[in-house]
Ligand binder design. Sequence first.
Ligand SMILES: CC(C)(COP(=O)(O)OP(=O)(O)OC[C@H]1O[C@@H](n2cnc3c(N)ncnc32)[C@H](O)[C@@H]1OP(=O)(O)O)[C@@H](O)C(=O)NCCC(=O)NCCSC(=O)c1cc(O)c2ccccc2c1O
Length: 281
Amino acid sequence: MTDRSAVEWTTVRRFDDVDYSHSGDGIAKIMICRPEVHNAFRPQTLIEICEALVDAREDPTIGVIILTGQGDNAFCSGGDQRVRGDSGYLTDPEHPEQLGRFHVTDVQVQIRRLPKPVVAMVAGYAIGGGHVLQLVCDLTVAADNARLGQVGPRVGSFDGGFGAGLLANMVGVRKAKEIWFLCRQYDAGQALEMGLVNTVVPLEQLESETVGWCREMLELSPTALRLLKASFNASEDGLAGIQQLAHDANLLFYSTDEAKEGREAFKAKRTPDFSRFPRRS
Ligand SMILES: CC(C)(COP(=O)(O)OP(=O)(O)OC[C@H]1O[C@@H](n2cnc3c(N)ncnc32)[C@H](O)[C@@H]1OP(=O)(O)O)[C@@H](O)C(=O)NCCC(=O)NCCSC(=O)c1cc(O)c2ccccc2c1O
C-alpha cells in the first residue's frame, strides 16, 4: 500500500511568485503563489517556473514533479491580463512600449521535454493558459471543486499549439472544439468523464492523493517512465518528440560495448571492429 500520508515540504527556493519545495523522498513541488489573481502568471512567474523545473530535472534525488497553485480556489487562471501588452505579456508593465512575448511557450515545451513525470494538482480554476498548463502535464489529480475551461476567444487570445492539439487528443476533436468555441467551464466530474483529468478527489484529500500517485511512480523504473513519456509524446510533439525518444535511445546505446567500440577505436586511431556485435533479427 502506497503511503499517502501528508508531506512536510521543505522550501528549496522561495521566488517572488513561486514556491519551490521538496518532499524529502523524491517529489518536487512547484507552486504558483498569486492567489489574489487566481494564480494568473506574469512573465516573472514563468521565468521562475522554468528555473524550478531545471532544478527538479537536474536533481538526481527528484523523480516526480508536482505543479500546482496556492490555495483552494485556483490552480491557475492563465496569463495575467493586467500585464498583457499589444505584443505579448510584458516583463515591465511600467514600460508598455517594450516588446512583449509568450514566456509560457517555454514552460510548456520544458514540461513536455522533461524526462520525469510532471503531475498537475488542480484545485479550483484551471482556466485559459492555466488550463493548457494542466494539459501539458503528464497526469492531473483534481479536487472536486475544480473548474476547467478555455477563455481565449472571449478575451482575445487562443492557443492553437498544445492547447488545441493535446486537448483534441485527450477528449476528441469535437469536444475540443466545443471547449474552445463556447468557452464554457466544466466541473471536475465532467472533466473526469471526458478524460481531461485522471482522478477527482475531495478537496481535503487533494495533496495526499497526489503525493500517493507520485510515490507509486517513485517505486517504478525511472528509465521505463522516461521512455514511456518520450514514447507518448513522440507523435504528438512531431520531430521534437521523435528527437527526444531517439536521443533517449542513444543515451542507452552509449552504455553498450558496441557504442564504446566506436568511441575507443576513434581515440586509438584504429578502424572500429563491430564484427562481434549481432545483427539482430
Ligand atoms: C478565473 C475566473 C473565471 C474566476 O472568476 P471569479 O468570478 O471566481 O473571480 P474573479 O474574476 O473575481 O477573480 C478574482 C480576482 O482575480 C483576478 N484575475 C483572475 N484571473 C485573472 C487573470 N488571468 N489576469 C489578471 N487578473 C485575474 C480578477 O480580476 C479578480 O481581481 P479583483 O482585483 O477584481 O478582485 C475569472 O477570474 C476569469 O475569467 N479570469 C480571466 C481568465 C483569463 O482571461 N485568462 C487569460 C486567458 S489568455 C491566456 O491565458 C494565454 C496566455 C498566454 O501566455 C498565451 C500564450 C500563447 C498562446 C495563448 C496564450 C493564452 O491564451
